[in-house]
Design a protein around this ligand. Structure first.
Ligand SMILES: C[S@@+](CC[C@H](N)C(=O)[O-])C[C@H]1O[C@@H](n2cnc3c(N)ncnc32)[C@H](O)[C@@H]1O
Length: 267
């Protein structure tokens, strides 16, 4: 499929995105906590509406420097509005394939974004240029093929999920990117690479179970229309997947584990 298709499919829907906005370093990028200290310089690639970026800015403090980039101008606008005037924090519209700057950073983080790129290696090569000697590149991403639910979710949601993976794959995105990151990083010249399992388990006994496990209903709500419009599912299936899955969460749903790895390398 064309580069244009990949770009269209990678574009976050314009609607306010509650999934992005409830994320913080602590609840969604905790692999970064070990690096964050006052005065650090950080580049957040694919920052979305800047929720995690703001949380990073609070930790590196007024002597730190944080730049968030994202190609989506609406998300960058939201990020600027939501961040007020934290010192050292800036957002810039930018695509990681072509982004350039004279700045060099102690830490570059890219979370849940390489999964949306048809050429993750090119993106990694470009990012590597901006890491200071002795600095770190940190990638957090999914293997969507290794998700697990207990018990099995409703058929309509399983059908939606399979169509979602196919729709992604057809655009050139790697559904198993998390498990390919270490090799990719090695191929582009990193030698000091470390892999941490960052899978997220949501259980019925957690107060956050309903919100966390609803991720896939939200994907069907926010992204599902793109699948309907490109002929991967019917609107009826999309609506049924959301309703049946919401019912699963409220009744028999016990747990969901989203498989994620943080793969980090020292320059
Ligand atoms: C799922 S969101 C992740 C947002 C945030 N990092 C997080 O973990 O919540 C993926 C982001 O990648 C951005 N993105 C897509 N293509 C990109 C590219 N070529 N360069 C940089 N960011 C890109 C999207 O606009 C979107 O904001």
């Amino acid at each position: 499929m064309s580069e244009q298709t990949a770009t269209e499919r990678a574009t976050m829907p314009a609607a306010y995105n509650p999934v992005l906005e409830r994320r913080t370093v602590e609840n969604a990028n905790q692999n970064l906590l070990k690096y964050l200290r006052p005065g650090l310089s950080v580049l957040d690639v694919g920052c979305g509406s800047g929720a995690i970026t703001r949380s990073i800015a609070e930790k590196v403090g007024p002597t730190g420097r944080i730049l968030g980039i994202d190609p989506n101008d609406k998300l960058i606008e939201q990020a600027r509005q939501n961040s007020g005037s934290l010192p050292g924090l800036d957002f810039r519209q930018g695509d990681i394939y072509t982004f350039d700057t004279d700045e060099r950073f102690d830490l570059i983080t890219i979370a849940r974004t390489l999964q949306w790129l048809a050429d993750p290696k090119a993106a990694l090569i470009n990012m590597k240029r901006f890491v200071k000697p002795g600095g770190y590149l940190s990638v957090l991403d999914f293997n969507h093929e290794k998700i697990s639910w207990h018990p099995e979710p409703p058929e309509a949601m399983k059908t939606f999920y399979a169509a979602f993976l196919k729709w992604r794959q057809d655009a050139g995105f790697d559904n198993a990117i998390a498990d390919h990151l270490a090799d990719l990083m090695s191929t582009i010249g990193f030698t000091d690479i470390r892999v941490e399992n960052q899978s997220e388990l949501a259980q019925k006994t957690d107060p956050t179970f309903a919100v966390a496990s609803r991720l896939w209903a939200e994907v069907a709500e926010l992204r599902g229309l793109q699948l309907v419009n490109s002929g991967y599912i019917s609107e009826e299936l999309r609506v049924r997947a959301i309703a049946d899955y919401d019912n699963w969460i409220q009744t028999v749903g016990e747990s969901m584990t989203v498989y994620m790895l943080a793969v980090e390398a020292k320059q």
